[in-house]
Design a protein around this ligand. Sequence first.
Ligand SMILES: [Cu+2]
Length: 129
Amino acid sequence: MKRLLTIFALIAVAACTKGTDRPVVSQNATMADDGVQRIKVAMHSYYFEPNRIVVKRDVPVEIVLSNSSHIVPHNFTLNGAGVNVSEDKWGWGHDTVRFTPTQTGEFEFVCHKGDHAKKGMVGTLVVTE
Ligand SMILES: [Cu+2]
């Protein structure tokens, strides 16, 4: 039993990686045949992967969210680029967030659960022409 608890403790520690000192991982959304630019974003404790998403303006975006922490609730919130979305995600499987950015520039997205953003759960949405 004690050994099992130790294993769980190790998993818990491994699952809680601070995101503040992680590198910028940039990825462009992929334009699909249906005219939607799609990108997968994994939510970890406590960072987004990728944490920099590049999309085109005035084209629908679909972000496919998965929660790699499963049991830790996470969230994707974007208030910028003419968009206001907030999607909670926990457990297995994926959720999708759909929006169409109407402004170019760089906009922050965050996880607004607890102090996750402070721990590094932030990212940048880059909207280009
Ligand atoms: Cu979070």
